[in-house]
Design a protein around this ligand. Structure first.
Ligand code: XMP
Length: 527
């Protein structure tokens, strides 16, 4: 495996992911991981990530110089590259010109004999094998390598950065100032592949199935005879986590599924059918029907953030009560995946919405340790793992559903009637969209599509009678990261059919609206 040592950059998990895409297992560890620990892990290579600091600032994360003589191949990226230069005795300084964004980068740039910067035929560097002589790479740095350390040679440069890449082939130490892991770096993936194949001599025989196997093994070892408690929501992440745990420790696991009454239509029963006593998995499944408690707590509350808080807190209270009945457990399992770690505001971005199911740890559950078997994976990797584990496809490819459920799709106060309306309208909309995607009437399938309820009632006429009913909002978005999103193009004919069906089949609705808003300025959910 490859170890990615995290120095605080933004793209660290992405580096690990890109390596895994080369069929080589990679995991991220903090830079505080000792060299002895690293050696115990016996990695084939180490990648040092970027980071926001300056290597010459004594407060900056650093590493022991011995890393460079440990005999393990190294690739330093951005800050990691500067750190390599610094530790190896080179000089790092503030660059006269900072580089941000796409930057023309010349490979194999210095003529070894004359020391003149300029392009030299084909690169002989192992990491630049089959890389074009000029590539657009993604830069983001204010410091640069000002002087090469001894034993290193320059292998790439840009207009403003004389050492855009350097290496000491004999010691298998490589460094690139740019970020090969981001999509904007041309042939970046090839450069990473060259590092893991040519330099680290990885075979590339890792598959998601090996992740599943090794994770099950590791969980077994970690948990031993201990008891595990898991909050199961029926979403992809917690389902995959629960199945991994059930395969690892079977009946030592208890899964609590809190039905807060804000799930999609029939969802509670579906989850129970898969994970309950009549399902396919060995786990102690407990469903708590807490609908009435939630509705009562939410009664009359119109403020979106307070609604979210109430749902999140009540969720934890219900979970705690169940946990108390079970008694002390050794581990609390969570389906946290990598993007949750960023979005939950561990970074410094402003709180747009307080996310439910991240950070909200129950206070009174008696447990010793948390296990998060999916913490290193991206969503699509979790899905792949789910398929490996034999979880039904419809569950694995289910669209994301927020923790607070329909609570964030009902504008204004929440009542049982409004929940029923949204559930029924949503079921119709999803059915119609799924059918239209299947027979290609919708060209680009939305990633998230649902019905919500505006708090607006308006006048209509149905069968010669005046109506004064709710307006349902339909929303479908395409997004790759859920941070930005565009409204999906749904043919008018499909929308019209949904409108007809919803008004005819769902009592209490006399108007259907289509939400065209992108994110930003809108968010995906209405609240
Ligand atoms: P927004 O509405 O912020 O949603 O554009 C972005 C994505 O996050 C989901 N979402 C949540 N997921 N707990 C979750 O687990 C939450 O509290 C929550 N709020 C929004 C939303 O469905 C979309 O996929």
């Amino acid at each position: 495996k490859i170890i990615v040592l995290d120095f605080g950059g933004q793209y660290n998990q992405l580096i690990a992911r890109r390596v895994r895409e080369c069929n080589v297992y990679a995991e991220v560890h903090p830079y505080t991981l000792s060299l002895d620990k690293i050696k115990e892990m016996n990695p084939k290579g180490i990648i040092l990530t970027g980071g926001p600091n300056s290597v010459y600032d004594p407060e900056s994360p650093s590493y022991t110089k011995e890393l460079l003589s440990a005999g393990i191949p190294i690739l330093g990226i951005c800050y990691g590259a500067q750190l390599v230069a610094y530790l190896a005795g080179g000089k790092v300084a503030t660059a006269p010109v900072s580089e941000y964004g796409k930057t023309e980068t010349f490979i194999d740039a210095i003529d070894e004999e004359s020391g003149v910067i300029g392009q030299v035929s084909i690169s002989t560097s192992l990491i630049f094998e089959n890389i074009k002589p000029v590539i657009n790479s993604w830069m983001s740095h204010t410091d640069y390598i000002a002087e090469l350390p001894e034993g290193f040679k320059v292998t790439a440069h840009t207009k403003d950065c004389p050492v855009a890449a350097m290496e000491n082939e004999e010691k298998s130490i490589y460094a690139v100032q740019f970020h090969p892991e981001v999509m904007h770096s041309e042939q970046g993936q090839d450069i990473l592949r060259n590092f893991v194949y040519n330099v680290c001599k990885c075979k590339g025989d890792w598959q998601m199935s090996s992740f599943v196997e090794t994770t099950i093994e590791a969980l077994r070892e970690k948990i031993g005879k201990g008891r595990v408690l898991c909050a199961l929501s029926g979403g992809v992440d917690s389902s995959v986590a629960a199945v991994l745990l059930s395969k690892a420790v079977g009946k030592q696991l208890t899964c609590v599924f809190v039905d807060h009454g804000l799930l999609r239509k029939d969802e509670g029963d579906e989850v129970e059918a898969i994970f309950g006593p009549n399902g396919n998995y060995e786990l102690n499944f407990i469903r708590v029907n807490a609908k009435d408690r939630f509705y009562k707590k939410l009664e009359g509350e119109e403020d979106p953030e307070r609604k979210r808080k109430i749902i999140g807190e009540e969720f934890i209270r219900v979970f705690e009560e169940e946990a108390k009945k079970i008694g002390a457990v050794d581990f609390l399992a969570q389906g946290t995946i990598y993007p949750d770690v960023i979005e939950s505001g561990l970074g410094k971005s402003a709180v747009i919405k307080s996310h439910h199911n991240v950070g909200g740890l129950p206070d009174y559950v008696d447990f010793k340790e948390i296990v998060e078997p999916l913490r290193m994976l991206f969503k699509d990797e979790v899905r792949q793992a789910g398929l490996e584990l034999g979880i039904p496809e419809y569950l694995v490819f289910r669209q994301p559903f927020p923790g607070p459920g329909l609570g964030v799709r009902i504008v204004g106060d929440i009542t049982a009637e409004k929940v029923r309306i949204v559930q029924d309208a949503d079921a119709i909309f999803r059915e119609e969209v799924d059918a239209a995607v299947k027979d290609k009437r919708i060209k680009i399938a939305p990633n998230q599509y649902f019905a919500a309820l505006s708090n607006m009632r308006s006048v209509g006429v149905m069968g010669d009678f005046r109506t004064y009913d709710y307006a349902v909002v339909l929303r479908a978005v395409c997004t790759s990261d859920f941070m930005t999103a565009d409204c999906t193009e749904i043919p008018f004919e499909v929308l019209q059919r949904c409108m007809n069906r919803i008004i005819n089949e769902v009592k209490g609705v006399n108007r259907v609206m289509w939400d065209l808003t992108s994110k930003p300025p809108g968010t995906i959910e209405l609240l």
